[in-house]
Write a protein that binds this ligand. Structure first.
Ligand code: RIB
Ligand code: CA
Length: 311
């Protein structure tokens, strides 16, 4: 049996797509129990169809994809077409999904899969706004004690990427993030401080394209488009591949380093969506997440390239 049995909750999004491909290319380490879609980078109607497109691209139409929440718990949905393009998967032309949505709401699917499994054997891997995860935790009182871990992409020790204070996934639904970070479930957090260390530079992109397979060429097209916004904004050669960090960590936990910290979520005001990470720590409050801040980027890309080549 695979070391990790996971549910990937996502808002594809080019980097979500690469994370899905990496997970589906790694059956020895990862069993994907389901993919659940949430509104985020683009509206839900697109994220759920994009999730289905990607599982089909990976040749894994057997993987169930559920549609989740179409808006944050409290705030109005803010999307990011300015980064991901109008479709959310700009950079590649994929046909409309052939595989149907799995029956049932994503929130119910998360609850059903976790509660049906042996306690603490299912890992939740959210790489978009945390709306579905929060709703599941609120709906099923036993869920928090049954989940093995939440390994998420979101937040930042330092600067945000939507405002100076807030990273997109937390900014879009800060109330959901507060529910998750206060749930007591063990959390491993991949924030911008570490994801901005895995920049997909031109040589790294060309190594993926050189694989020459349908999946690799699609991944290269997605990354090429994804690169343009961050490269301009941060004046660096290549965008940060945020979401695949979550999956790469599950495959090879030696890639990343971090430490347990107390993390508090700001839900209002000018810093709404900020993850206040007590890194030093200054306050004697219990750690609520392992916050990652270092990665071996060359080994990360070697793993990603090798695995994409398997599909
Ligand atoms: O801030 C980066 C995160 O927001 C990534 O998950 C990206 O896909 C977007 O959802
Ligand atoms: Ca995402």
């Amino acid at each position: 049996m695979a070391r990790h049995r996971i549910i990937i909750d996502c808002d594809p999004g080019q980097d979500d797509a690469i994370a899905l491909l990496l997970a589906l290319a790694s059956p020895e380490e990862i069993e994907v129990l389901a993919v659940t879609a949430v509104a985020g980078n683009v509206p839900l109607a697109l994220t759920e169809a994009n999730a289905r497109r990607i599982v089909e691209l990976a040749g894994r139409s057997d993987v169930r994809v559920h549609k989740g929440c179409h808006r944050p718990l409290v705030n109005r949905l803010e999307t990011a077409e300015y980064v991901h393009g109008e479709t959310g998967l700009n950079g590649v032309e994929l046909p409309p999904p052939g595989v149907p949505l799995a029956p049932g709401h994503a929130v119910d699917a998360i609850i059903e899969l976790v509660m049906a499994a042996e306690p603490k054997t299912v890992t939740l891997c959210p790489v978009g706004p945390l709306t579905n995860i929060a709703m599941a935790l609120v709906k099923e009182p036993e869920l928090a004690s049954r989940v093995r871990e939440i390994v998420l992409m979101g937040g930042a020790i330092g600067l945000g990427n939507v405002t100076p204070a807030a990273e997109f996934n937390i900014y879009v639904d800060p109330h959901a993030a507060r529910v998750v970070f206060e749930s007591g479930v063990p959390i491993t957090m991949f924030g911008l401080d570490v994801t901005h260390q895995v920049l997909v530079t031109r040589p790294r992109l060309e190594a993926i394209r050189a694989l020459g397979t349908k999946v690799a060429l699609a991944a290269a097209g997605l990354i090429d488009f994804f690169n343009r916004f961050d490269s301009d904004r941060y004046e660096v050669d290549g965008a940060p591949l945020h979401d695949p960090c979550v999956i790469a960590h599950l495959i090879d936990p030696t890639l990343f380093k971090g430490k347990p910290c107390h993390v508090e979520i700001e839900t209002e005001g000018r810093s709404m969506g900020r993850t206040n990470v007590d890194w030093h720590p200054r306050e004697a409050r219990p750690a609520t997440a392992t916050v990652m801040n270092a990665v071996d980027a060359d080994r990360f890309f070697a793993l990603l390239t090798e695995r994409l080549g398997r599909l």
